[in-house]
Ligand binder design. Structure first.
Ligand SMILES: [Zn+2]
Length: 308
């Protein structure tokens, strides 16, 4: 009896791998072939074990295209198990939306698949992979000996939109000018009216500008709103509507404009921070990134001012 209740407790916590438990994703069905696995939204920690992103599962006639593979080999296998609950078709393609470790360090769990990213993402994975692995290990509090940064081989350059057919699904790989990072790739499924945006879209968490380009990002959000899309899949948080996208765009523009105003009137970053209306972001997860966001926007505006 005691063993039975222990077993039930384990199931309640989520699947176990190597003695570790992972929270289960919430599975959302967009249509017969597109599903979203909504992961936890907190920063990587020892409870979520580095599982804190959304993944999208696109089931084609002969195989699965998976967008974003998680923050470690174990998380990748956890996501693979969630995919198997949707379909028994194999994962043949894995798309990496950008080089932040929480989104792609799970690639190793899908060895043999075709990996796809932007050209710049591939470069960044090769350059920053070990550093990102170190960040994940620090945040979850243990080593990840089975995790290797695996860079995509099929890549697309900045400023391109490439339409292709994979397993009967029309897919557009869109690499906008660097927005959340210098190598974002968005997956547009025109026939499904869906856009998988990586962290260019986020809900319930503060957008992270640390590696970003604020002006480009606002521009990309404008372009996103021009698409004929009904289902916007963010990198973190719940599915978004067109109105949510507009809200994020307005928040980013308001933030950028106020930092710019502050810069022009000679205020320090600290002074700008106290003058900002951060009521939209303060209540969200990861509000600790706001200070760094101001710093990044400030530097971008300062660099731009030399070119004006
Ligand atoms: Zn990111």
């Amino acid at each position: 009896m005691r063993r039975l209740s222990a077993l039930i407790a384990l199931i309640a916590l989520g699947a176990a791998a190597h003695g570790q438990t992972f929270p289960e994703p919430r599975t959302l069905k967009i249509n017969e072939r597109v599903y979203v696995l909504l992961g936890p939204i907190q920063h990587a920690n020892r409870f979520n074990q580095g599982y804190m992103i959304n993944s999208t599962v696109i089931v084609g006639d002969k195989g699965v295209i998976l967008v974003d593979s998680g923050g470690s080999d174990e998380v990748g296998r956890h996501i693979a198990a969630a995919v198997r609950r949707i379909t028994d078709k194999p994962v043949t393609h894995v798309v990496n939306t950008h080089h932040h470790g929480d989104h792609y360090l799970g690639n190793v769990a899908f060895e043999g698949a075709t990996f796809i990213s932007s050209e710049m993402c591939r470069r960044m994975v090769l350059e920053t992979g070990p550093e990102w692995l170190g960040i994940m290990e620090r945040d979850i509090g243990r080593k990840l000996p089975g995790t290797k940064p695996l860079a995509a081989e099929v890549t697309y350059p900045e400023g391109t939109r490439t339409e292709t057919l994979i397993h009967g699904v029309r897919v557009v790989f869109w690499v906008p000018r660097g927005s959340h990072t210098n190598g974002d790739l968005l997956v547009h499924l025109p026939d499904d009216k869906a856009l998988v945006a990586g962290d260019v879209l986020v809900s319930r968490v503060v957008p992270t500008l640390q590696d970003g380009f604020v002006k480009n990002w606002i521009q990309t959000l404008d372009e996103i709103q021009a698409l004929d899309v009904a289902h916007f899949v963010p990198g973190h948080g719940d599915l978004m509507t067109l109105r949510d996208v507009a809200g994020l765009r307005d928040a980013m523009l308001g933030f950028y404009s106020r930092v710019k105003e502050g810069f022009r009137s000679g205020q320090s970053e600290g002074e700008i921070r106290t003058s900002l209306d951060l009521s939209i972001w303060d209540k969200l997860e990861r509000s600790y990134v706001i200070g760094r966001n101001i710093n990044r926007a400030y530097l971008e505006i300062e660099a731009d001012s030399f070119n004006e």
